[in-house]
Ligand binder design. Structure first.
Ligand code: BT5
Length: 272
């Protein structure tokens, strides 16, 4: 399974190892694409089945949340999107980003114990962002038709090759373990883990995944500030609620539940 870094992904090998799985049973592969999420949304709209995966070597318009950019250098990392068709109401869909994040962290955790989750959608290694999740929903009459789960993982990309402003915030699996990692192996473990966690979520709800999620959270008992566009919260993180909202204890001793937002850890991750 070894591949030199910066060689094209061994896509036939990935298809072979995923062949009998529900997730990754169909994989569309592109050298270059605008965004795998955009392509997967188009396919979902045309009726593609749950578990269909779009994967690309680079993205010209890789997207983060709120119109932000996902930097996507070629032939080094993973940029993939998977079509999900969960039996949910629209209000229940945002928690899927946590399900996908958990699976991603667990897959990367098979290489390094330094993996953590930063609510709502970041996977960190050693306190730096190694992967990001973008979930986008299509719905009709309050029911989810599809959710596109986009996952960007810095696998073999070097931090030094990223734009200056990201270098002290980002990392890659390779930087963490000290040697290149086989991208087929990463994609395979990621898709298998995701299939398992997603099935659990659909059968039992997020409450069943809350414990494992909290165990990997980098935010537990941290002082944070959260910006959700309309409001700003400050307090200490007390964990997750059963529906995936972040439980925050404010300085006034009040408990608030935050649905979405950007979290800043006061003073960074190093404890005094
Ligand atoms: C995310 O957004 O973290 C979601 C990223 C999802 C990317 C995948 S790749 C496959 C699929 N197709 C897409 O078009 N998107 C998905 P957000 O929380 O908004 O974080 C975005 C921020 O992360 C940026 O503003 C940068 O600060 C930082 N960033 C951008 N590229 C990065 C990279 N390669 N590694 C680490 N951090 C990065």
């Amino acid at each position: 399974m070894t591949q030199t870094p910066h060689a094209p992904l061994a896509i036939e090998e990935l298809r072979r190892v995923c062949a009998t799985a529900h997730f990754g049973g169909t994989i569309l592969y592109f050298d270059r694409i605008d965004s795998t999420n955009t392509a997967a949304a188009r396919l979902a709209h045309e009726g593609a089945a749950e578990g269909t995966v779009v994967i690309a070597e680079t993205q010209t318009h890789g997207r983060g949340r709120l119109g932000r950019t996902w930097v996507s250098p070629p032939f080094a990392n993973l940029y993939l999107s998977i079509i999900l068709r969960p039996p949910l109401r629209t209000a229940e869909a945002p928690v899927l980003a946590l399900v996908v994040g958990l699976a991603t962290a667990e897959a990367l955790g098979t290489w390094t114990p330094l993996v953590g989750l930063k609510w709502p959608n970041d996977v960190l290694i050693n306190g730096r962002k190694a992967a990001g999740i973008l979930t986008e929903m299509d719905s009709a009459q309050d029911r989810v038709r599809s959710v596109i789960a986009g996952i960007g993982v810095n696998v073999n990309g070097r931090t030094a090759a990223l734009p200056l402003e990201l270098r002290d915030k980002a990392t890659s699996l390779r930087d963490a373990v000290g040697h290149p990692v086989d991208r087929v192996d990463v994609a395979h473990r990621l898709l298998s883990r995701l299939e398992a966690r997603y099935d659990e979520f659909v059968r039992q709800g997020f409450a069943a995944l809350r414990g494992p999620w909290d165990a990997l959270s980098c935010l537990h008992e941290r002082r944070v500030e959260i910006e959700d566009g309309a409001r700003r919260y400050a307090g200490t993180v007390a964990g997750l609620a059963d529906d995936g909202r972040l439980r925050l204890r404010t300085d006034a001793g009040e408990e608030v539940f935050v649905v979405a937002g950007d979290v800043t850890v006061v003073g960074g991750y190093q404890r005094p």
